[in-house]
Design a protein around this ligand. Structure first.
Ligand code: S3P
Length: 169
């Protein structure tokens, strides 16, 4: 069951569908939705790509930690960025959080197809396929470790994934 207050944090690799599924849960459950990346863009008044270009990944990660700590008690659905598990500080925030953390678990194949369709991720442009695979291998156990629930997403529509999560409330 979802913990009180009803903050639900979606974690998972870039392209896992965290934003789409988060918005769908909010629609089905009639709750509020916030996206950490959009919040970072709002605070910085820059796009994610511009932040990476002007402040580097370190600058982006600092903003991400700031927003992550602020949304812990947001009463609604929170979609995090895929790199939220990159900093030990973020893992501590998530472990001590009153929020319920859900890992949207896909597979590498479906994730890469989705990312190629969507484009736009600064890290996607920088990394080779091997580096991308390594990143997957390195992050997957971290998402597992911090999550209260893992939901399999392969072959499911966002509506179905959201309905499975809403059933946990
Ligand atoms: C990142 C994922 C992105 C965004 C940034 C870094 C990552 O979010 O936060 O480009 O390190 O995996 P999505 O998971 O929504 O793509």
């Amino acid at each position: 069951m979802i913990k009180e207050p009803q903050t639900l944090m979606l974690v998972g690799f870039m392209g896992a569908g965290k934003t789409t599924v988060g918005q769908e849960i909010a629609r089905q459950h009639q709750s509020l939705f916030i996206d950490v990346d959009s919040e970072i863009e709002r605070i910085a008044n820059q796009s994610i790509s511009e932040i990476f270009t002007t402040r580097g990944e370190t600058g982006f990660r600092e903003l991400e930690t700031q927003v992550l700590s602020e949304v812990q008690t947001f009463n609604g659905i929170v979609a995090t960025g895929g790199g939220v598990v990159e900093r030990a500080e973020n893992l501590d925030i998530l472990r001590d959080s009153p929020a319920t953390v859900i890992y949207l678990h896909g597979n590498l194949e479906s994730t890469i197809s989705r990312l190629l369709l969507e484009g736009q991720r600064p890290l996607l442009q920088e990394k080779s396929a091997v580096a991308f695979f390594n990143l997957w291998q390195q992050r997957d156990p971290k998402y597992e470790r911090i999550a209260n629930f893992t939901v399999e997403t392969v072959g499911k529509t966002p509506e179905r994934i959201a309905a499975e999560i809403v059933a946990l409330f």
